[in-house]
Design a protein. Structure first.
Length: 265
């Protein structure tokens, strides 16, 4: 059982929902990410999604696009991201870490090398936004062979056929994009999320996390009534982007505590 699977099993036994924050590695300061991850874990994050900076993050809105630009300007690469995870693991061996990013950096790094080094660094899951399930069987098998969870996106426009395919390939959890748009959009429709869940659960037996458009405790709690996890990224990235170096982890932890309290209420 992977760390991700164990975490969801524990939360399920406790009747609680998972909180999954997203941050971009190396943003807003190149040396703050490990401290930031540790602070979020202590504040109540159950899984951490760590973004791999990329120059053309097509699924992301302006907030996370700019975070990638800032990290790239500081020279943060996939090699640095794996080093961040290794450093995090020296102090936290329990909180699952999912790398979230795009195909280009992984392809340049080399698929086999990436899977091997991700496992060695302490990564638990991988979500490559632009790897469609129809072309991911080999990659998913390689991840699973190393005990890593391949995580995939579903959207409101996903066909039953694609939902079923992802249900077969994915492990850990499936990330449902709550709306037709990019990260950070502000028109979350929790009713539409509730309506979508029964169709998805017909084909997906593992936990379903929901992200895109979740900005605060109220929206997180509303989504958590129907999903197994809430993913929150743009609101957090926007909060920390203007903080001083010393305040980044403090402000992020306070934000996570507020979301955690709303989910547990």
């Amino acid at each position: 059982m992977s760390r991700i699977q164990a975490t969801f099993a524990r939360l399920g036994a406790e009747g609680r929902k998972a909180l999954i924050p997203y941050v971009t590695a190396g943003d807003p300061y190149a040396d703050v990410t490990v401290e930031l991850m540790l602070a979020m874990a202590k504040a109540g994050a159950d899984v951490i999604e760590l973004g791999v900076p990329f120059s053309d993050p097509m699924a992301d809105g302006p907030v996370i696009q700019k975070a990638s630009e800032r990290a790239l300007a500081k020279g943060v690469t996939l090699t640095h991201v794996l080093a961040i995870v290794r450093d995090f693991r020296q102090q936290d061996d329990a909180t699952p870490v999912v790398l979230m990013g795009y195909a280009n950096p992984v392809e340049r790094f080399g698929l086999e090398r990436f899977v091997t080094e991700a496992k060695a660094a302490g990564v638990d899951g991988v979500l490559i936004v632009d790897y469609p399930p129809e072309e991911s069987e080999v990659f998913a098998a390689a991840l699973k062979a190393q005990g890593l969870d391949p995580i995939f996106l579903l959207a409101p426009t996903s066909t039953d056929e694609r939902v079923a395919r992802i249900g077969q390939l994915a492990s850990g959890y499936v990330y449902y994009v709550s709306l037709k748009g990019v990260t950070g959009a502000g028109h979350l429709d929790t009713g539409a999320v509730a309506d979508a869940m029964p169709r998805l659960r017909k084909h997906v037996s593992i936990p379903l996390g929901v992200g895109f458009g979740i900005r605060d405790g109220a929206t997180a709690a509303a989504v958590a009534r129907h999903a197994d996890a809430v993913v929150i990224g743009s609101a957090l990235v926007q909060l920390i982007e203007s903080q001083t170096r010393d305040n980044v982890a403090i402000q992020a932890a306070a934000f996570i505590r507020d979301i955690r309290a709303a989910l547990d209420a």
